[in-house]
Design a protein around this ligand. Structure first.
Ligand code: SF4
Length: 669
């Protein structure tokens, strides 16, 4: 890796190659293995793969390595053709490529920085796409990668030398500085050494959205002077807390050792944490069994990091996790008005508590946990004004699937803060609000955030001894009247929401598996299922379990158990959720009905636990958040609400819940 990157003038090096990820996968193989060199002028953007997601770039098992050089050996291991890897081990590294080219929305999916690392440590320094998913773009910036479009590529291939500013001018001034200095670490060091001067923020008073207000409350370097911020402002903001898990902590530890020496310190560890929640059941999945040693090393390095820094320790006890990081964090330490960052894309779930929370990559997290500030580009906002109340057969999951289908699909939520408010929000429990915020990341939004109310106070007080009502209310952040929403204000009438799924598409025919593939259940026709999975950070909360219990009780009362041929799994989001389920007698009831209960943690959601499919023909209905091809096994996955998942487990096909569903025997057939 060159220390002199990026140069003032950017050109393709003599002999360096450009890899085009074409929809015609044979062409990719020709480039990788037979020396085919393509030119942009001979292709159109439509010929290139869209929606390359991070699971394709570095599937979960690739992330069991924490050294970026090792990760690069398996770059794009998730891109499959007729059951075979398109990219053999080391294929990207050995190809001598300097630039890589795709179509739209490069890097959707999780926040995993390994996706960006696999390219950089394969020698790629220029990444070309029509558009990038926000977190992936950020990860590229933090690693000092240059991103450009297909027109820039044409000029580079024509031998032109292009000024660095052409790559950076689309960004705010701080992002430009980060890229010009080669990434977030060199930038942070120069900032500390006073070698970089930050641009000032316009202090003109203006009405602000909730996200803007929280950022303006956290601005650093202003000596207590209150300032307003606007979308696009590039600022440094104090971070209140954060967390990482065993998939990511090892890299954080390693990067900090590399940058600041073995005796680096984390100055304020009390609201930072590590979680053992993602890989507890991974070694029980046959395809992950061979990685047992690597997984253990990740666990060991997380323990080393925790002991070195003194951050909160949420390690498994006797092999049982305290719970999924996002769920436990909102239960135990995210406060109203906080600015929280963590190494997982569903960090945005904390927005239910009226906090600004979003996921970052390992490099950015390592920087913020050490330096206690984050670079923030103030996001635009889009507001969803909820009115009415949900029908008994619907949950917040149906609302967010509706938003994915009607708004996110058209990129209206892209990189924006999704602000939820209005009288309808008051009718949704705190757990339901968490579902809305959780899936902001599937909307490719920056984050989701809810207005606070009495329920916020009650929910926090019932869980937290360290808070008073006054503490909570005084921290409330409401949007200003006349705040500006670049994405507009959209009324969602909850009365009109109908039970929905996101269908698995047909990747072989160019329809990607995507959470935006909305469809109403009553228009789906018969879809028989093999697996019903209920759990994950999206659907492992107290109120999700109340839904599972309600449907299960109705089924048992009607003399039903889980349908023949269907495997039904329910996984607790945290230990407190498990305790609740046991106290209420739900756990016994689930088992009576033939449900398999799984201890707290992440599992099927990342293909690393019980509930994954094993055959491509298997059909799963799942309460999780992503249906990307291959993420939870090779089968077809429909995303649905907790009510739909449980109702379907008993009927054997995708079925919306209604209170009289089981009254007249198997009339759903
Ligand atoms: S349950 Fe799934 S989406 Fe949620 S934190 Fe775990 S792996 Fe990520």
């Amino acid at each position: 890796m060159s220390d002199n990157w990026p140069p003032e003038q950017v050109s393709l090096n003599e002999g360096a190659r450009v890899l085009f990820l074409t929809k015609n996968l044979e062409l990719i193989k020709q480039q990788l293995y037979n020396g085919l060199n393509l030119r942009m002028e001979d292709l159109s953007v439509e010929d290139l793969l869209d929606d390359i997601n991070t699971d394709v770039m570095t599937p979960a098992w690739v992330c069991f390595d924490y050294d970026p050089a090792m990760i690069a050996n398996n770059a794009y291991a998730g891109l499959m053709h007729e059951g075979e890897r398109v990219f053999a081990p080391n294929a990207l590294k050995d190809g001598g490529f300097e630039a890589i080219v795709t179509g739209h929305r490069k890097g959707t999916g999780s926040s995993r920085e390994t996706a960006a690392q696999c390219e950089r440590w394969s020698g790629i320094r220029i990444v070309i796409a029509a558009s990038f998913a926000p977190i992936h773009e950020r990860n590229n910036i933090n690693l000092g990668q240059l991103m450009g479009d297909h027109e820039i590529l044409k000029r580079l291939q024509d031998g032109e030398s292009i000024s660095l500013s052409e790559f950076t001018s689309k960004y705010d001034s701080v992002t430009q500085l980060i890229i010009e200095n080669g990434g977030i670490f060199p930038f942070a060091k120069k900032l500390k050494a006073d070698e970089i001067e930050l641009p000032d923020v316009d202090s003109t008073h203006r009405p602000m959205t909730m996200a803007e207000k929280i950022i303006s409350n956290k601005l650093i370097g202003l000596n207590g002077v209150a300032k307003c911020v606007s979308p696009g402002d590039a600022v440094l903001a104090a971070v209140d807390g954060g967390y990482s898990h065993e998939f990511t902590t090892a890299q954080v530890h390693r990067f900090l050792q590399q940058e600041y020496g073995d005796d680096y310190a984390v100055p304020n560890p009390s609201k930072f944490a590590v979680f053992e929640d993602h890989l507890l059941y991974a070694t029980g999945v046959p395809r992950f069994g061979p990685f047992e040693e690597k997984i253990q090393l990740l666990r060991d390095l997380q323990i080393s990091f925790q002991q070195h820094t003194g951050v909160r320790d949420y390690s498994a006890v006797n092999g049982i996790s305290p719970g999924i990081c996002h769920q436990v964090a909102r239960e135990e330490f995210i406060d109203v008005g906080d600015f929280i960052q963590a190494t997982d894309s569903h960090t945005c779930m904390g927005g239910a508590s009226n906090a600004l929370t979003y996921g970052v990559g390992s490099t950015e997290y390592a920087n913020l946990v050490h330096n206690q500030f984050a670079f923030v580009k103030v996001p635009e906002s889009i507001r969803f004004e909820l009115i009415g109340t949900l029908d008994d057969g619907c949950t917040a999951k149906d609302v967010i699937l509706h938003i994915l289908w009607k708004y996110a699909k058209n990129s209206e939520t892209l990189d924006r803060s999704m602000e939820f408010g209005g009288p309808g929000l008051g009718s949704l429990s705190m757990d339901e609000r968490a579902t809305l915020c959780n899936m902001a990341t599937e909307c490719s939004a920056k984050t989701g955030i809810c207005e606070p109310d009495n329920l916020t106070v009650e929910w926090l007080l019932s869980r937290r001894d360290d808070l008073t009502e006054e503490d909570i209310r005084s921290a409330f952040v409401m949007p200003d009247v006349n705040a500006h929403y670049d994405g507009g204000v959209h009324t969602i009438n909850l009365d009109e929401i109908r039970p929905m799924v996101a269908h698995p598409g047909n990747p072989d025919e160019g329809i990607p598996s995507d959470p935006t593939n909305g469809a109403y259940i009553d228009e789906l026709g018969d879809v028989s299922i093999d697996i019903a999975y209920a759990g994950s950070c999206t659907a492992g909360k107290d109120d999700d379990f109340a839904y599972y219990a309600m449907v299960t009780k109705a089924a048992l009362d009607a003399g039903l158990t889980v349908a023949d041929g269907v495997e039904c799994y329910i996984q607790f989001g945290s230990k407190t959720v498990k305790d609740l389920s046991e106290r209420n007698g739900w756990s016994r009831m689930f088992e009576q009905a033939g449900v398999k209960l799984i201890d707290p943690g992440c599992g099927a959601c990342i293909g690393a636990g019980p509930g994954v499919s094993n055959e491509s023909e298997q059909v799963t209905v799942s309460a999780i958040n992503r249906n990307f091809q291959g993420r939870s096994g090779p089968g077809k996955l429909y995303l649905a609400s907790p009510l739909t998942v449980m109702a379907s487990a008993f009927t054997g096909k995708i079925t919306a819940w209604r209170s009289d569903l089981f009254d007249e025997g198997p009339s759903w057939n």
